[in-house]
Design a protein around this ligand. Structure first.
Ligand code: ADP
Ligand code: MG
Length: 255
């Protein structure tokens, strides 16, 4: 155990989720399972519905149909902060940090978000502090802990987002394109951290365009297109599936 991930394994289950904008289904009946201790990848071209699905899972958006279960509990109608407290954390495709807060303060926000819930004595704060420190160390951010987030390079901000998510001691972690903007060394670090988290029992679900990283990391891959899952299974099989048509892989430049 690295001390960041607690021993409370939970499975994320998605059943028949539909999310419409106007008359159009951006997510059109998705079934998916992200088991504890595994890295599950979600791939697909721009506009396939990956981020919209993540919004439905984290609570940023409500599905129009279908159900989302966390460790068997139906969380479909629960607000985002309650899901966070139950152990669901996410990072965003567009980096979202508090620019005037320091790196450590940003991470502490994550620790406090999920940390207490009920009564919180000084012990609770100490635990938050410890989790913050561990998350900073795990992501190699200790040296920049007291710097304001504003002006830090993209790679550092990506690590900061991940540290903030981990500081909340999640059971399920949703990562939307975590490798975008990372250099080669940072990508290696990211891969190592994600593997360690899965080994600790976390359920990881990541949207990722880097097919090499997907092939290297993912225990299972779901490929989406036009709101639907068009293929799922072991990485090697899905990445080679003609229905997945990896022509989009090189043109991936999402907004
Ligand atoms: P991906 O993350 O796979 O690139 P998105 O989930 O961002 O795909 O988008 C899926 C589809 O839903 C796209 O056609 C996109 O234009 C549309 N969409 C996403 N968010 C909104 C929104 N807030 N309002 C209207 N349409 C949206
Ligand atoms: Mg997206």
């Amino acid at each position: 155990m690295n001390g960041v991930a607690p021993g409370r394994a939970a499975r994320l289950t998605v059943r028949g989720v539909v999310r419409r904008f106007g008359g159009i289904a951006a997510v059109d009946g998705v079934d998916l399972v992200a088991p504890p201790g595994r890295i599950t990848a979600l791939i697909g071209p721009n506009g396939a519905g990956k981020s919209t699905l993540f919004d439905c899972l984290s609570g940023t958006a409500r599905p129009d149909e279908g159900r989302v279960l966390l460790g068997g509990r139906d969380i479909t109608r629960l607000p985002e902060h309650v899901r966070a407290r139950l152990g669901l954390a996410r990072t965003f495709q567009r980096i979202a940090v508090f620019p005037t807060l320091t790196v450590a303060e940003n991470v502490r926000v994550g620790a406090e978000r999920a940390g207490g819930g009920g009564s919180r004595g000084s012990f609770g704060y100490e635990r938050d502090g410890l989790r913050t420190e561990r998350a900073l160390a795990l992501l190699g951010l200790t040296a920049v802990a007291e710097r304001p987030a504003a002006g830090l390079p993209t790679g550092t901000l990506r690590m900061l987002e991940l540290a903030r998510a981990l500081a909340g001691a999640p059971r399920v972690l949703l990562l939307d394109e975590p490798s975008v903007g990372l250099d080669a060394a940072e990508t290696v670090r990211l891969a190592a951290v994600l593997r360690a988290l899965a080994a600790d029992g976390l359920a990881l679900l990541l949207v990722e365009h880097d097919t090499e990283l997907v092939a290297e990391l993912a225990d299972a891959v779901y490929a989406m297109a036009a709101g639907r899952v068009v293929a799922c299974g072991p990485a090697a099989r899905v990445l080679a599936d003609p229905r997945v048509g990896l022509t989009w892989g090189v043109a991936a430049d999402d907004g």
